[in-house]
Design a protein around this ligand. Structure first.
Ligand code: DLL
Length: 443
């Protein structure tokens, strides 16, 4: 029996059925799949067998979902050490796709999919797009990068599986994006939020009024973005901006998605088992408290992941969602445990800076954080673009804005920083994930 979706639910797609399944049924399914996953990992992957043996755990010991807490964590370094194929649980004869995620340094990590894995991924992305309100008849401009990055092909298969019309335009060539958006009567765009902000800006320069186009939905993810950024995007473009989440190690996009309520992201729990743990101790935190998201894949063949430490910080939202979905929600991911900056002993996250900047009228959502060290002391400069009107205004107005921004950042982070107002178009635009921080301090 499916719970009846309430009025704010997206157009129902048959693939979305597990989103509404009674919890008892979901937990039984998760347990059966967890057992199969642990068995597969134990028998097919050296690393897992070694780690489980060290703890004296056999696959048959997984008799309840709580046992998951006894299983060893997997971390990014495990994927790096196993480069390229060391964690595969399927022979290459069964692997139909590889993707890779370029770390900031050195070799990328490689992830693999069997045909069944691609089907699971498609299912998760169909449900993602359906929960963002899309269906057959939508024309989807897919501006996530196609290639080793999972964004492009993930969203592509999802949109096709949904029965929508997909335009595989990939990222970049912004003028062409705008032409296509207009001429093909695009109703939805998939991209990073920062790239969409850039597309909007360019459309304005070209004299295209996006509000007058059929575009109504943005499916944004792959990087942290704030609630203030959402408000900015929605007000500017007249679309509904949804947040979707995922990571290559687990599958790519399609791990979690917002619904029409736009209050947290539903995790596709029948495929990905979520836990929130204390980043220091690895112990589960009480329900509703903030911590690091750890994910276990429940349906993957080629590369099962057991308790993968994502480093993404979030919390479970415990109240039932107005959309009627029973699968659990997490709060939007505003930061990672490893993007914390320590400036003169104070902990700061780039997302806090974004929130502070966008609170103040007159700024554009383009900013950069530059860290240097002068005579042994950390210095943080935040460069932010301001509107052309303000820039051409009196010097007094600029100084006042600068002061207000410095105060706003101080309020949010407790840190005195130097704000530098720069002209529109000064800060480099990205076609994929934005790079906001440049840490030039000697290590
Ligand atoms: O970014 C997969 C993806 C593609 C997700 C398209 C959504 C849309 P990776 O390149 O492996 O995979 O990067 C994964 O990006 O651990 C988060 O830190 C961050 N991230 C992804 N989505 C969000 C989001 C793709 N909605 C890493 N909000 C993750 C905040 C996000 N951070």
């Amino acid at each position: 029996m499916l719970a009846t979706p309430v009025s704010i639910a997206a157009p129902f797609h048959p693939a979305s059925a597990p989103d509404y399944v009674p919890l008892r049924q979901l937990r039984d399914l998760q347990l059966a799949r967890l057992r199969a996953t642990v068995r597969r990992a134990y028998h097919q992957v050296d690393l897992y067998r070694r780690r489980l043996d060290e703890r004296g755990i056999r696959p048959d010991d997984v008799t309840s979902l709580d046992v998951i807490r006894l299983l060893p964590f997997t971390v990014k370094a495990d994927l790096r050490d196993a480069y390229p194929f060391g964690l595969f649980a399927s022979p290459l004869t069964e692997v139909v796709r590889l993707h890779a995620s370029s770390g900031t340094t050195g070799k990328p990590i490689v992830v693999a999919y069997t045909r069944e894995d691609v089907d699971v991924w498609t299912n998760a992305m169909v449900r993602t797009l359906a929960s963002c309100g899309l269906g057959a008849g939508d024309v989807v401009q897919n501006a996530y990068g196609y290639g080793l990055f999972t964004g492009g092909l993930g969203a592509h298969y999802g949109a096709e599986g949904l029965g929508a019309t997909v335009i595989p335009i990939s990222g970049g060539n912004t003028d062409r994006q705008i032409m296509v958006m207009k001429d093909f009567r695009v109703t939805a765009i998939c991209s990073t939020p920062s790239y969409f902000v850039h597309v909007m800006e360019r459309a304005r320069e070209l004299g295209v009024d996006v509000r007058a186009l059929p575009l109504k939905v943005g499916v944004f993810g792959a990087e942290p973005w704030s609630e203030s950024m959402r408000r900015h995007i929605e007000a500017d473009s007249g679309i509904k901006a949804y947040d979707i989440y995922g990571l290559s190690e687990i599958i790519g996009p399609g791990v979690a998605s917002e619904c029409a309520a736009q209050e947290g992201l539903h995790i596709f729990e029948d495929h990905f088992y979520p836990e929130i743990v204390d980043p220091e101790t690895g112990e589960p935190v009480p329900d509703g408290e903030e911590g690091e998201l750890a994910l276990t894949t429940l349906s993957k063949h080629a590369m099962p992941m057991i308790r993968y430490r994502t480093r993404d910080i979030t919390r479970f939202l415990t109240a039932p969602c107005a959309c009627g979905r029973t699968i659990r929600r997490i709060q939007r991911i505003s930061r990672r445990s490893d993007d914390m900056l320590i400036v003169r002993g104070v902990n700061v996250y780039p997302s806090q800076i974004e929130t502070a900047l966008l609170e103040v009228e007159g700024t554009l959502p383009h900013y950069q954080i530059i860290l240097t060290r002068e005579r042994g002391l950390d210095r943080m400069e935040v460069q932010v673009e301001v509107t052309a009107e303000i820039f051409s205004d009196r010097v007094g107005a600029l100084e006042q804005l600068q002061m207000r921004l410095e105060q706003a950042i101080d309020r949010v982070t407790g840190l005195r920083v130097d704000v530098r107002l720069v002209e529109p178009r000064t800060i480099q635009r990205s076609e994929g994930k934005a790079r906001r921080v440049s840490d030039r301090r000697p290590q």
